[in-house]
Every structure is written in structure tokens, then in C-alpha cells.
Design a protein. Sequence first.
Length: 383
Amino acid sequence: MELTEVRQQIQHTDQELLQLLAKRRKLALAVAEAKISQNKPIRDQQREEELLLRLIESGKALELDAHYVTRLFHVIIEDSVLQQQAKLQGELRGMQGPSVKVAYLGGQGSYSYWATQKYFTRRAEQIIDIGCDSFNEIIKAVETGHADYAVLPIENTSSGSINEVYDLLQHTRLSIVGELTHPIDHCVLGLPGAPLNQIRQICAHPQVIAQCSQFLLGLTNIKVEYCDSSSDAFQRVQQKQDPTMVAIGGEAGGKIYGLEVLARELANQKDNVSRFIVVARKAVSVAKAIPAKTTFIMFTGQQPGALVDALTVLKRHGISMAKLESRPIPGNPWEEMFYVDVLANANDYAMTRALEELNRITKFIKVLGCYPSEDIQPTQVEA
Ligand SMILES: O=C(O)C(=O)C[C@]1(C(=O)O)C=C[C@@H](O)C=C1
């Protein structure tokens, strides 16, 4: 067969795959409706296990290895669960206006821009995006009613916690209402045809620079220009039209500004993923059928064993912790505020009891929000 002919057939097959994926997504939403009316949890890992085992068997007959089939269906099932969760949570929240105003870092093409698109598109919401130059400006936009939601990066697998965002959460009345993770694939982006070995200046956000520190250590005689966001970095390179100047950011974002990929996979960690939180003025309740996370902050005081005592309360109530972070308290040198993410719904009996007890033994405690967990652990099967 001719190359062009085979390619046409591949293209045709890919279109069919897309149609089947869209059909499966619609079926998943129909399952969600049935589950809502029967009060059943969205996730059913026994069903996933049966499904995966059957698919692995059918795959073998088609010469598709078990690893490939499992990897593909983990992605498909994760999407199915997230779609169903978003639908159920959306029904619980009731109808919103035709569009929502969302504040995020940078402009079109920044990582926060893509995370915002991903989160709200899943909820079938029309977005009016409000690009901002700093995390502080983003929080202010929601506090003042200029925006309905804010999307903020909170941690990254390469650079760890984003302290500035943690610190802002200590002082805002806004609540965390959602979370999402988004892969961050850093590339060197320059003018089309720019030679990689002639780079003299790199524009990037400080977080991006931290996540690519090992790549940057290997370069000499290069000036680094700190930018407010990746989209700000793209814009600077586009405006200067200087082939020795490049930006670091995502490929899709760079494309919007006419930039081309000169190098890829720059992050220190191969799996470079950021977790974003979504905040709003009003807290939400999470449907019982969905796994929830609750984030709270507490100041335990500095008496010996104070933190252990607080964590023992969680243990006694069978509550698992997903993350523990500490940040300085402004004006109180050497005193720390603890940020705790737990895998629990703030309205569950165990969690309300735990919060009551923590209230008694800590000097300060505040729930920052309870929201659907998007941490969908794939079901593992023995092939
Ligand atoms: O069959 C169900 O109960 C579904 O919700 C569908 C589905 C899937 O996409 O296959 C998704 C989530 C469940 O954990 C199991 C399976």
C-alpha cells in the first residue's frame, strides 16, 4: 500500500476511535444518572476490575498486550469517573448563569489557562477568562466579585508546594471548591527556525525555572528573565523577534504566539504534574456518592507533642491524610500554621467529630473547603 493511502486509513480509524470515545462518554453520563437516582456511589472498583480483566483477555486475541490495554483503559475510566463526578456535583449545586468568570495566572496559553479550560469545560460551563499578573490579584478578583472563581496552582511534582498560594489561603475568606491535576510539559520555545545553540536569553515564570533547574544548570552565558506567567514569556519573545531569545512553557501555549519547540522534556521530574485548586466566595457541599477532600489549617501551639496529638485525632476517627504542609505565621516568628488535606467529606459524621475535637485542642482551626477529589487511583489487576 502507498504511504498516503495507509495514512488515510489511519486517519479514518482515528476518527472512528474518537466517535467511539465520545459514545462511551455519553454512556458514562447515562450511568451517572442511573446512579444518582439509585443513590449509588460513582466509583465501582469491582466493576472496573471485571471490565479490565475482560478487556485484557479480548485484547490478547487481537494481539494487543495487557500493559497497553490496561494503560489505555485507565485513562478512559479516569475520564469517565471525572465526567460523572462533575455531572453529579453540578446537579447538586443547581443551575448557574450561562457563563462563569474565572481568574487565573497569565493570559491565553499559560498553564493556568489550560487548567481553567479543562476544569470548566468538563462542567460544560462557558468561561469568561480574566487573566491576572499575580496570585494576589487573582484572589482579589474573586473577593471583590469581579470573578466567580479562581484557579491557582498549589503544588507540583518537581518543585513542591507553591508557598505564595498557601500563604494567601491563610488570609482569605474564599473557600476551596474544587481541584484538578494537569500535566506540565516544559519546552524551549523560540521563533521558527531559531538555532538552539545560539540562545542568549530565557524568559520564564519563577516556578517554571525551579521545575527546570537541572536543565538550566547545563547552560552557560545565558540571561534568565523572570516573567509573570508562561504566556507573558511567550509574548516577550514574540514581540522582540530576536532568534537568540526563547521562552519556557507548554507547546500548545507557545503555538498561540507563533513559537516553535526547540527542545522538550525539560522538567527535573519525568512526570511533571501540577495540582490546581479552584476557589470561590461560597463553600460547597460534596455529594456523598463522590470521594471528597477537606482542607483545613490549624495552629497547634508549640507545646511538646501538639502536632502528634492533633494527628492522633484524625487516626482515631479513621481519617486518612493526603498532605501536611507548614508555613510561617506572619508576625509570630518561628510559629507555624499547618495545612492539612484529608480524604474525607466535611459533612461526614467522623469528620465533624474530628473537627470538633481539633477545635478543642488547637489554638486555631479553620476549614478552607471540602471539594470533590480528582485523585482517581487506577484499579490494578493481575493480568
Ligand atoms: O459501570 C459503572 O458503574 C460506571 O460508572 C462506568 C465505569 C466505566 O467507565 O466503565 C466508570 C466508573 C466505575 O467505577 C466503573 C465503570
